[in-house]
Design a protein around this ligand. Structure first.
Ligand SMILES: [Zn+2]
Ligand SMILES: [Zn+2]
Length: 423
């Protein structure tokens, strides 16, 4: 490991294993010096020439892009987390299409394995090359990564995603109608059944219906013949404009990352425009390595370079598995440097909202994804300090939780009683 990698590795490990170091239960006990946590994670040794080297004790595997049955994936959130654990993933971002409904279940499962879940979503948008509807357009997917408290304006994001979901239903119906005209009938009931209860059907679900009906030999053929962008059965939904989604992600305390730019016809223009709208990064790593074209575009626009497997659980030899896109630890470090202050401010905003209006629903925003020890102990939480420590210790460091802004919040919140069963 180079010095830069070592520094990044220590910083990333500190965040990944915050819960352990906060509770003092870290393996190996740590050093007790200023660098108290890092001794847990890194072995330092001198070589024959007196040069100090570091060896990580544990490999840090991140997965930044994954899907479940809550959108078009094949595994439930619990099964996805189990698989991630078997693949050695330590931090898993769940990024279903246009919904965050799988996050609570994933969080529950992740607690059993000591995995950290980044609540995420992959938003379907449309990009207009001329900035209005007169020019060429193409679909663009934008990933959003939130803190353990989720988006700050949850209702606003939910409405935004709800509208897209509604559009997806309409679009799926249009595609099915077009297939009928092409003499490739599939039943709407079959498509809905494949998608699952309450899940807005996507093209992959329709492809599976085509396969079941015997109209194609495999899923790939369903796309290459009929369902690809602009294909004979293709239909657009009512997706929002890409720039709008980026702005909304920023407004709601998330980090906005352009998904799979290699699927775009016009990546350079899209990246430039989205950067102007506030994009934080783009995917440049896949399971087959770094893609230099997109890495260079990211560098040119001073954007983060991230990546993930886009795992759907389809199976088969060609699917990249969870954790297989190895984003270098230095890139993860850059991501966390950007994300952590954004998440910290989002958490502050959510706490402040609760002070302004101490309603149950505002309390739920604090604890919905964050409960850790509270659930284990079953004891009521009696003050703000306990609430913040219980729910946020895996996300914010001790220093962050004890800074002036958080102290003000704790003293304003004062005593409150939250029963574990209400969490
Ligand atoms: Zn996508
Ligand atoms: Zn995806």
């Amino acid at each position: 490991m180079t010095l830069e990698q070592t520094v990044a590795y220590k910083a990333v490990s500190d965040w990944v294993f915050l819960d352990q170091s906060n509770s003092g239960a870290g393996a190996g006990g740590g050093g007790g010096s200023n660098n108290n946590n890092s001794g847990i994670f890194v072995d330092a040794f001198l070589d024959d020439f007196g040069v100090q080297w570091y060896q990580p004790k544990e490999k840090l595997v991140f997965e930044f892009h994954s899907h479940t049955t809550c959108s078009d994936g094949f595994l439930s959130p619990t099964k996805l987390v189990e698989r991630a654990h078997h693949k050695g993933v330590k931090v898993l971002a769940l990024t279903d299409h246009d919904t965050m409904s799988g996050i609570p279940e994933a969080m529950d499962a992740a607690r059993r394995f000591g995995i950290k879940i980044i609540p995420g979503v992959e938003i379907s948008t449309i990009f207009h090359s001329r900035g209005d509807s007169s020019g060429a357009e193409e679909p663009v997917h934008i990933l959003a990564y939130y803190s353990s408290c989720g988006p700050t304006k949850a209702a606003l994001l939910e409405k935004f995603l709800g509208d897209i979901q509604e559009g997806r239903f309409l679009r799926a119906k249009n595609i099915v109608a077009k297939l009928h005209k092409l003499k490739l009938p599939v039943k709407w009931e079959t498509v809905s059944k494949i998608a699952g209860k309450g899940v807005a059907p996507g093209r992959l679900h329709i492809a599976r219906a085509l396969l079941e009906a015997g109209h194609v030999e495999n899923l790939k053929q369903a796309f290459s013949r009929y369902l690809h962008d602009g294909g004979p059965a293709y239909s657009t939904g009512s997706e929002p404009v890409a720039e709008e989604a980026v702005k909304l992600i920023r407004e709601t305390g998330g980090v906005a990352v352009l998904a799979h730019p290699w699927a775009l016809k016009n990546p350079a223009l899209i990246i430039r425009r989205l950067k102007d709208a506030g994009l934080h990064g783009l995917e440049a790593y896949r399971s087959d390595g770094k893609l230099s074209v997109y890495s260079d575009l990211a560098d040119a626009h001073d954007l983060l370079k991230l990546g993930g497997s886009d795992y759907h659980g389809r199976g088969g030899p060609h699917e990249s598995d969870l954790g297989s896109a190895s984003v270098p630890v230095t890139m993860v470090h850059e991501f966390l440097k950007m994300a952590r202050p954004i998440w910290r401010n989002a958490i502050l905003e959510i706490l402040e909202n609760y002070i302004k209006d101490p309603s149950d629903s505002n309390l739920q925003h604090i604890i919905k994804f964050g409960r850790t020890k509270a659930a284990k102990t079953n004891l009521p939480i009696c003050n703000a300090n306990e609430l913040i420590n219980n729910c946020l210790s895996s996300w914010l460091s001790k220093e962050e939780r004890e800074n002036a802004e958080f102290e003000t919040i704790k003293s304003t919140m004062g005593d409150l009683v939250v029963h574990a069963e209400s969490i």
